[in-house]
Design a protein around this ligand. Structure first.
Ligand code: SAM
Length: 319
């Protein structure tokens, strides 16, 4: 694997606790991750949420198996296929998928995120000889072109300022013959954006992380009760979309203990109201970007997981 300075494409070599290029530019290893960007940027909300709630969604701690199921169903990859392969995880967050790859496959994993969530990921999954962590942007990755056998990017594209160009960046670092799988928030029509999060996010994303979390914590109990009331009446899709709370029925795993469920709802509601960007995508535009990027055997589908309760829109292809 050839690491590069993303700004100049100069090759990097490893020296003790940093990477260095031929001009002497250094990138430090901090809390288990090489740092290529300023610590604070438009993803600081994610750094905050994952350092606070990172444990919650990791299968090995929640005992749910939901992330593993989602990963293997969405990718259609098998542990045997990934053995010894070079895999890239784009936008790793606190590392729930990192944990699946390290624990259930023998792949060599490169994971990055633009936020300081990489610190949470390292606390959860490091140190591990097969894990290489970077704080870097999808637009300026420290990897040479044609580097990876497999790339996945889950829960990320919609939160980048330009999802199509994010996809094009990923295609560049995929090896010819390599496989790419992404998921995304689906844009189904004009009504997709008639939703509390698209109405409120321009304001809520400007609150400090601490303030927004406090507002959510203070209101989550009545919001959950109201959500359940309309859900029981069969009005989830029609009415609950106007409530500033995550879609509990369709996104949260079933069977969580009461306090875990509350925390999970707080996290997903923060995740919904805090991002600087939220750009849903049409399935056809993702497929079209794969095609224009030279990928073949392209498949786009909505994948059910968690007993059919949860769904994710996925596109797969081979370069
Ligand atoms: C909802 S989280 C998903 C994290 C993880 N994939 C998961 O499913 O748990 C979205 C992640 O995308 C990251 N992200 C947003 N823009 C990015 C960019 N330009 N480059 C890399 N990561 C980015 C955020 O920092 C955040 O951790």
């Amino acid at each position: 694997m050839q690491l590069i300075n993303p700004n100049t494409s100069e090759r990097l070599t490893l020296r003790e606790n940093h990477l260095i290029d031929e001009t002497g530019k250094e990138f430090e290893l901090v809390s288990g991750a090489y740092r290529f960007v300023e610590p604070e940027n438009y993803t600081s909300n994610f750094g905050f949420q994952w350092n606070k709630f990172g444990d919650l969604q990791v299968d090995t701690l929640s005992g749910s198996g939901i992330t593993s199921e989602r990963f293997f169903k969405a990718t259609k990859w098998t542990p045997a296929q990934l053995k010894g392969k070079i895999v890239l995880e784009a936008g790793c967050g606190a590392g729930r998928f990192t944990s699946v790859i390290l624990n259930e496959t023998e792949a060599e994993l490169y994971s990055f995120d633009y936020s300081d969530s990489v610190s949470a990921n390292y606390r959860m999954n490091g140190p591990n000889d097969r894990l290489h962590l970077f704080q870097a942007s999808i637009y300026e990755m420290p990897f040479a072109e044609d580097s990876f056998d497999y790339i996945f990017c889950f829960g990320v594209l919609q939160f980048t300022p330009d999802p199509i160009s994010s996809l094009q960046s990923l295609i560049k670092v995929l090896k010819p013959g390599g496989q790419l799988v992404v998921d995304f928030f689906p844009k189904k029509g004009w009504w997709t954006k008639i939703h509390a999060k698209y109405i409120l996010r321009p304001y809520t994303s400007k609150l400090s992380n601490e303030r927004l979390l406090k507002v959510i914590e203070n209101n989550i109990d009545w919001l959950m009760k109201t959500y359940r009331f309309f859900s029981r009446l069969g009005l989830n899709r029609a009415v609950n979309r106007f409530l500033p709370i995550c879609d509990i029925d369709n996104t949260i795993p079933k069977g969580l203990a009461k306090e875990k469920l509350r925390q999970w709802v707080v996290l997903d509601t923060f995740n919904m109201l805090s991002p600087a960007f939220d750009n849903p995508l049409k399935m056809e535009e993702v497929i079209d970007t794969f095609r224009k990027g030279g990928l073949s055997e392209i498949e786009g589908e909505v994948v059910p997981y968690s007993g059919g309760q949860n769904h994710v829109s996925v596109v797969r292809g081979i370069k």
